[in-house]
Design a protein around this ligand. Structure first.
Ligand SMILES: Cc1cc2nc3c(=O)[nH]c(=O)nc-3n(C[C@H](O)[C@H](O)[C@H](O)COP(=O)(O)O)c2cc1C
Length: 302
């Protein structure tokens, strides 16, 4: 592909920046950002993204990130890693979702699901978007591990294998959402995983259609390019239950460890509250999409 055309990170950024917010200060009250996910209460809907290989930037990388989330009262997603790291991250976090790669080796998947259950993870999931390459249709190899495109039947078996809520990362359409719901999936992380899918419809733009199609049956988490509390606010106003933040946490993790992660999540949560109070939203259940105005309408072709 010539140059950087179709870069979904840039497309999502410009879409987010095309969204404006009307003010509803009259009668507004100080808001709360508390929310409950799979029966567990958190102080904020800002969660850490499913990151991996963070020991390049901090000696206890992923577990330290989970500890930072816990300090901020946030849920932590964790990405690729071995069982020992998973166990440590779950014990250092306070509400951890393990996102498992679509390994070709089924035992690699099942052993991680079992370890997540035993360690007390909140949920497990799979980043289906990483099963294939970006520039051809071959199954991908991620850090020397062979991945595999998963069939509907394989996904169903995984959902049924675990007693934990199962989340699918990488779903980016109403069709995927409905399929997941029908398979018993409990949540989606709407993600193009740093442009693995080129020309992706911005995850935030998909929210209202997916919400209409699946109602409250699925938890919807928006991932990718959430840079501050105003981005988080827009996603939540448009129907997300939570937002996922990855790359913006990496620098602070490297510099200050868990406290750096805590600081960023708390700053984003403050920014979210600032938007809520100025738009008359007292809590996350009362987020209202009609506060959002769009300078450019994105229309689905029929
Ligand atoms: C260093 C790094 C490692 C990542 N590892 C994983 C992973 O193991 N599993 C996964 O599902 N996503 C992984 N991701 C993707 C993130 O979870 C997320 O989808 C992506 O970075 C977009 O979010 P962001 O814009 O907030 O960073 C990784 C991203 C980065 C930057």
């Amino acid at each position: 592909m010539a140059g950087n055309r179709g870069n979904s990170i840039e497309i999502a950024r410009s879409y987010m920046d095309s969204l404006y917010v009307e003010g509803r200060i009259v009668g507004s009250v100080h808001p709360t950002t508390e929310f409950t996910l799979f029966g567990k209460r958190f102080r904020t809907p800002v969660m850490t993204g499913a990151l991996s290989h963070l020991n390049r930037i901090h000696p206890d990388g992923v577990p330290e990130m989970a500890r930072g989330a816990a300090l901020a009262g946030a849920c932590a997603q964790i990405g690729m890693g071995d069982v020992a790291e998973l166990e440590r991250a779950v014990s250092m976090g306070d509400g951890v979702i393990k996102v498992i790669k679509p390994y070709k080796n089924t035992d690699a998947i099942l052993s991680r699901i079992e370890a997540a259950e035993k360690a007390g993870a909140l949920a497990v999931g799979m980043d289906l978007e990483h099963a294939v390459n970006t520039d051809d249709d071959k199954d991908s190899v991620v850090v020397d591990q062979q991945m595999e495109l998963k069939s509907i039947e394989q996904i169903r078996e995984l959902v049924q294998f675990t007693h934990l809520p199962f989340i699918v990362k990488g779903a980016l359409s109403v069709q995927d959402a409905v399929r997941c719901r029908d398979l018993g999936v409990k949540g989606l992380i709407l993600s193009h995983h740093n442009s693995l899918l080129k020309w992706a419809v911005p995850p935030v733009a998909l929210l209202s259609g997916i919400r209409k199609a699946v109602g409250s049956d699925l938890i919807l988490i928006v991932d990718g390019g959430i840079e501050d509390g105003t981005d988080a606010y827009k996603a939540l106003a448009l129907g997300a239950d939570a937002v996922s933040v990855g790359r913006p946490l990496m620098g602070p993790l490297g510099e200050k460890g868990a406290e750096g992660v805590q600081q960023v999540i708390e700053q984003m949560t403050d920014g979210l509250k600032a938007m809520m109070v100025r738009t008359g939203v007292a809590d996350l259940k009362h987020m209202d999409p009609t506060v959002i105005w769009q300078s450019v309408q994105l229309v689905q072709k029929t």
